[in-house]
Design a protein around this ligand. Structure first.
Ligand SMILES: [Zn+2]
Length: 147
């Protein structure tokens, strides 16, 4: 599953924990007792999730009741409820309907078949112009194939 921050759009999720016991290997100790650690060799034990947040902007994931999410179960249901779902209905080789779980979603159909045949000149020309715009958008905005 993938996290996408609803505030900033970045995709790195961070878990914030409390009460963790940390075992660190010490690499050097000065005369006054200050010491340095080998940060690559640390072992963490115990600890509880306090919350999950966006690593970029600090957006904290909340349950529907407004509580900070701190369990795996709540995390999964948050991710599922924030996942954008698109269902495309095709019948007889033609797209009949496109359903989406997100109201802000803008859907365009890049239709190669109808740009070439089966339409009058004017409609085919409009489809061809739209296709060109969409192809340019796919390239320039780096849109991903999601299905
Ligand atoms: Zn964010």
């Amino acid at each position: 599953m993938k996290f996408v921050c609803p505030d900033c759009g970045k995709e790195v999720l961070e878990e914030v924990m409390d009460g963790v016991v940390v075992y660190s290997s010490i690499t050097s100790i000065s005369e006054c007792g200050d010491h340095e650690y080998d940060t690559k060799h640390r072992v963490y034990e115990n600890g509880d999730s306090v919350h999950y947040q966006c690593m970029n902007c600090g957006f904290i994931l909340k349950t529907k009741n407004g509580e900070d999410i701190c369990t795996c179960e709540d995390l999964v249901s948050w991710l599922k409820s924030h996942m954008i779902r698109i269902i495309v209905v095709v019948e007889g080789g033609v797209v009949q309907n496109i359903f989406s779980s997100h109201p802000d979603l803008d859907i365009d159909v890049l239709d190669h078949d109808n740009a070439r045949n089966g339409l009058d000149d004017e409609t085919a020309e409009k489809t061809r112009v739209l296709n060109e715009r969409l192809e340019k958008e796919i390239k320039e905005k780096g849109l991903e194939i999601v299905w």
